[in-house]
Structures are given as structure tokens and as C-alpha cells.
Design a protein around this ligand. Sequence first.
Ligand SMILES: [Zn+2]
Length: 299
Amino acid sequence: MTRLGDDVERITLPLPTGPRHVHCYLIDGTLFDTGLGLGGPSWGDIHVDRIAITHFHPDHVGGAAAASAATGAPVYQGGLDYAQCERVWGSGDWPERIAEWFVCQGVPAPVADDLIEQGHAFARFIRYAIDPELVYEGSELAGWQVLELPGHADGHLGFLRDGVLVGGDHLLAGISPAVGLYPESRPDPLGDYLASLQRTIDLAPRIVYPGHGEPLYDPAGRAHELLEHHRMRLDETATALADGERTAYDVSIAVFGAELAPTQRRFAVAETLSHLERLVREGRAVRGGDDRRVTYTEP
Ligand SMILES: [Zn+2]
């Protein structure tokens, strides 16, 4: 536990992959996020009045049931976010459905099917809180204004109070938060994300406490950098369509290279798709093909 400000405690938990750590924050009795839930801290030793979840990804929501049971604190989660949390972690056939969907995006079956066994094994460890209190844009929680900041996740929340934004993975220093398109999700996640970045600039928080990495002291500056990053990535993605019809998988090889392990490839395809769908809305690409094989071309 690290004391960052007068009343901000940061609790850092290890992750087996990715950035290798995730931060939870305890501010005035509100615990923001709960880690993966594998060997977390003994939450019972910490005074917590309420638990707020930024988004349903495993490293943020996986420990929610355990933290709530140990502290007796209620869990607050976004309405859309909880619906997606149940769909992904609570339904028996999500890994099969998402694997099938990846194949429609041009992903070779072995690369897509690799996630099925992994997905089922993983889902057992994600102990999200059942039936949390649902919050929405405009809700208030212990003086925190609830903001919907979709992009990294469709139902991603931020919590704003006195110029302090607890931001989950909306804004990170040094890492461009993943913005992928997935099945049964909002149709234009990159469009959502660019709008959320612009909104962050307009809100002008003083500081952002992120889920990974160090606090951001120039959130608007970082939001501008990420807007620019995606503008360039959109151009690269459009360029990859110059030689005719392509699947998202083909484009992901042009943009991210051919040498990726299956898990990384699936992230790359989802990220490529969010850019392709943005290009479709900007009139710079056309979606074609059919339900079984989706393709993109220049207009
Ligand atoms: Zn995260």
C-alpha cells in the first residue's frame, strides 16, 4: 500500500501477464477496483465502505466478490459494464462464440480455437460480484461524479471529484489502452474512445489515477497524444486496404506484423477491427463479405 496524497492509498497487486501489476485505490473509504482476485491482499484488514468498479476486465473485477465478502462493502458497477461482465464471465459458451466470430474475421481456426480451453479455464477464477448496485452517467457515489468513458471497454466508468479522476484503463502513461471491437458490443468502440478522450480534455482533470503505471499529471496532454496515435493508426489501416479486399486478420498482419502469438494476434485483430469500423463511418472503407467471412475494401 502506497500513500500518494493526503487521502489516496494505492494498492498494487501482481498480474501474471501484461503490465505485471494493477493498481486499486482507496480514497475516503471508497475502494476503486479489486485486482484479478488471485492471492489478493487480506481485504478484511482494510476499512472499506464501498467498492467501485471501473470496468469488467479480469484485472479490475476479478477480486470483487472476495473484497466485498471480506469487507462487507457493497459493490457499484456500471449498468452496461455489468451486462457485459455477466455475458463474458458468466455464460458457459462465450469462448466458443468469440472463437467462431474471430474465424469470420479471417483468423485461422487454430489461432481462434486456442482461446476456447484457455477461456473456460480462466473464467472460473473471475469472481465478480453478483447483482452489484448499478450506476450510470450522472450517478453520484460518495461525492464522486460517475462518468461513462467508453472505448477501452464499452461500459468503462471514471469517477471524478475535485479535479481528481480515478480513470481505470481509460488513460495510461506510456501504454496506449487497447481499444478492440468484440462481438455483441458497441459498434464503433474507437469512435467512442476518441470522444471520451476529447471529453477528458474538456473536463480538464488535474490528475488521473490509472489502473496501470504512474499517475498522470497532464491528462489533457496525454489525451492529445492518444488522439494523434489513433489518427496515425487509422491512416496505416486505410493504406493496408489499397491492394483490394482484405479481412481484419489480413490487415492486422500489415499493421502489426506477421510474428504474433495467438493471444497477441487476437488482440491485434480486435484492435484492427475498431480502426476499420471507424474508417467505415468516416467513409474511408467499406465493409463487405457475408456473415461467415467479413471483408473490407477501399470505397
Ligand atoms: Zn487493466
